[in-house]
Write a protein that binds this ligand. Structure first.
Ligand SMILES: [Zn+2]
Ligand SMILES: [Zn+2]
Length: 725
């Protein structure tokens, strides 16, 4: 009797046993179709054995073994097992969530032959002046092919309609397709930039290591971390290895993809992120798994991709909160990447201008090696000067001080670009009745409905509920409703009224909702068809606009009295990032911060560009208060419609924890930061310990108790190393 133990996408912390028919052969990591309830579903074989705890007559047979793609390697299965254990998430759900959606089904999937394109003989015969009149995209495709062979992915970066243009050009006999040529270790490298001494040192130090080691590359904004990555990539590619490069934002992938392609034009590069359609994502995943793709550029989900030749991992903007998944398997892609590098025995580089305190602490205590880039890469580019505008006594009906307006005016006169940063979209965060004090609360949440004047809607940013803008106060009938506070739309309107001639562009989730809009906007900014940018954190990261010399930060103060102990760390990172957009060309940059607390240490640190002093202050505070990185935490969250039931569950969970009398500190049951969302009461319980080991020991006992507790009408989850409290 042969039994396979299968991981299934079922919320139970167990594998499921199935019987293997005589004629079936299977290996660990292979996908199989098995009966479950009344359905047939796809799972992954984790183990093959002779025995089962399940009674023989109850074991069902495997229906089909899927041979369309290579099985998951043992290394990946081990990584997923670790994640399931560490994050206390069911093994089956962990394994299946690591696969692209298509591979979670039984429809056969095939790795397509990758094609590359060249001009045909007749295409080469004509010079551009003789090209007949063609559509713009077709001409751009032809121009690109004049430079030499291009892949479909390369051509797609020209325009989203490039595939159609290509099809037409092939039909007309101008372009020819052929199978791609990819030989490892033999590739073109465009050596464009001379490395600075600091950059060279960083590259050399990493290159000296072949086994596992974690490096923290701390480089000020504009110091050329990407250039360090490029040179590290070059070394790895030369040895025939694969590189996994994790980045926080989908928005940043197209430009980074183009940049790496321009430096390694004939190396196979794939991106992996949720913005790809299922077909693309599956193909890219298979290219990575087959070893053909050498550079894998992806957001957090890419960390689980099987990579047979993996030789280096890079995590860019390692401090970024988006590396932490907030539902399902609540993993930190950065932490998983470090585990993976260790498992594989390869170096990992964490890059940031504002490292997370966790990573910085590890670099300080010698667990990681610190590499510093303290100067901007371009000789002319200096770090921007940072100044606070004290608004504690000012009345700013439109949220913009006279100092900011004067500075914007100056840039308009000089023909330079400015960025006005405000981390709140919509027109105003709340509508208020001036007669009775009514506020536009969301009927389903503890939060407020945000006024979106552009389309005259009230929207809840927590649950998505929306209504028309009320004409009168629903409470007293008064028609004089006032928008309170400021959002991007309001700032855009106010600036347009003040500078009627200026070309103003608003960049936030609302204005970039349609696919391709953001790319078009970026081009507009680069072409200097914009004078003033009004935007949220979408604009804060990674972008390089050479004529941008002024950054104005309008409302940073709310983060200063947040209950989240990480709020000031996050504020510093965000402001340092957004400030880093100023003065990246050869003109000096200036940053103005409107605040009522100009003496707050966070602003002092920004003024002096002194991350080290700031981090030292924060670390001292955290040590004193007993917060991470000096302790390790787990957060139990529960939510449900019935308040009594949610509290009963949580209280019982707490009692069980206390009863265990283990080496952990157990806090009280408290409401979540947003105590009610979409009509669900939300509460939480924090448990922490001095060591990871003690916390995990506790969880191994506590978790089964939670599983056993009745929880019919509520949802609960464990968040290990939570980033938001
Ligand atoms: Zn009223
Ligand atoms: Zn709501």
């Amino acid at each position: 009797m042969r039994i396979v133990r299968v991981a299934l996408d079922i919320p139970l912390s167990t594998l499921f046993d199935y019987l293997l028919a005589e004629n079936m052969t299977v290996v660990e990591g292979q996908r199989v179709v098995v009966p479950f309830g009344r359905k047939h579903i796809v799972g992954v074989v984790i183990a093959i054995t002779q025995h089962s705890e399940v009674a023989a007559e109850r074991i069902k047979e495997v229906v089909q073994i899927l041979h369309d793609v290579l099985p998951l390697p043992a290394e990946t299965l081990k990584l997923l097992q670790f994640c399931s254990d560490y994050y206390h998430h069911p093994i089956g759900m962990t394994v299946l969530s690591a696969l692209p959606t298509r591979l979670r089904g039984s429809e056969p999937v095939k790795l397509k032959q990758a094609l590359t394109y060249t001009l045909s003989a007749s295409g080469c015969a004509l010079n551009p002046a003789e090209w007949p009149k063609r559509k713009a995209v077709q001409l751009r495709v032809l121009t690109a092919l004049q430079q030499g062979r291009q892949s479909a992915a390369q051509l797609k970066t020209i325009s989203s309609t490039a595939p159609a243009a290509l099809k037409q050009l092939i039909a007309d006999g101008w372009v020819e397709a052929s199978a791609s040529v990819a030989a490892s270790g033999n590739f073109t490298f465009n050596e464009e930039h001379q490395l600075s001494a600091e950059q060279q040192t960083a590259v050399d130090v990493v290159n000296r290591i072949t086994g596992y080691h974690t490096f923290l590359l701390h480089g000020v904004t504009g110091s050329g971390k990407t250039e360090v990555y490029v040179h590290l990539l070059q070394q790895v590619l030369q040895r025939g290895g694969q590189v996994l490069l994790l980045i926080p934002e989908i928005n940043l992938t197209p430009q980074l993809e183009n940049y790496f392609r321009s430096r390694f034009p004939d190396t196979e590069l794939v991106s992996l992120h949720s913005g790809l359609n299922e077909g693309e994502r599956t193909q890219n995943w298979l290219l990575a798994q087959s070893g053909r793709a050498r550079i894998i550029l992806g957001t957090r989900l890419a960390v689980f991709t099987p990579l047979p030749q993996l030789a280096l991992i890079i995590v860019d903007e390692e401090h970024d909160a988006s590396f932490k998944q907030q539902d399902g398997l609540r993993y930190s892609a950065r932490d998983v990447a470090i585990f993976r590098a260790n498992q594989r025995g390869v170096p990992i580089v964490l890059g940031s201008a504002t490292p997370s305190l966790e990573s910085y602490y590890n670099a300080r205590n010698g667990r990681y090696t610190l590499l510093k880039l303290s100067e901007r890469a371009s000789q002319q580019a200096q770090l921007p000067s940072v100044r606070c505008l004290n608004i504690s006594n000012a009345i700013l009906p439109q949220g913009i001080s006279s100092g900011v307006l004067a500075a914007l005016d100056e840039r308009l006169q000089r023909g330079e670009q400015s960025l006005v940063f405000i981390n709140r979209r919509g027109y105003a965060p709340v509508l208020m009745c001036s007669a009775c004090g009514w506020l536009s609360g969301c009927p389903n949440c503890a939060g407020k409905m945000v006024l979106h004047l552009k389309d005259r809607r009230m929207r809840c940013h927590h649950c998505g509920h929306q209504t028309k803008v009320p004409h009168a106060c629903p409470s007293c009938g008064n028609v004089d409703l006032q928008p309170v506070g400021i959002g991007t739309q309001r700032i855009e309107t106010a600036l347009q009224a003040h500078f009627p001639e200026a070309r103003i562009l608003r960049v936030d989730r609302d204005s970039t909702r349609n696919k391709g809009t953001w790319n078009a906007m970026r081009k507009q900014i680069q072409d200097e068809a914009v004078d003033i940018l009004v935007g949220t954190q979408m604009l804060a990261k990674g972008h390089d606009f050479h004529n941008l010399t002024l950054v104005c930060v309008l409302n940073p103060d709310s983060a200063l009295y947040s209950r989240d102990f990480r709020a000031s760390e996050k504020l510093f990172a965000q402001l340092a990032q957004v400030a880093g957009r100023a003065g990246r060309g050869n003109k000096p940059g200036e940053v103005l911060i409107q605040t009522s607390f100009p003496e707050h240490p966070v602003f002092n640190a920004l003024r002096t560009h002194d991350y080290d002093a700031w981090a030292a202050t924060l670390l001292a505070e955290r040590e004193q208060a007993g917060f991470p990185p000096f302790v390790f935490q787990v957060l139990l969250r529960a939510e449900g419609k019935l308040e009594a039931e949610v509290y009963d569950f949580m209280q019982q969970a707490r009692n069980e924890a206390v009863g265990l009398a283990m080496q952990v500190e157990i806090y009280g049951v408290v409401p979540a930061a947003l105590p009610r969302r979409a009509n669900h009461i939300r509460i939480q319980l924090l448990v922490q310990s001095d060591t990871r080991k003690n916390l995990q020991q506790f969880l191994r006992v506590w978790r089964p108790m939670l599983d056993a507790m009745p929880a019919k009408k509520l949802r609960w989850s464990l968040d290990i190393d939570p980033q938001e409290l």
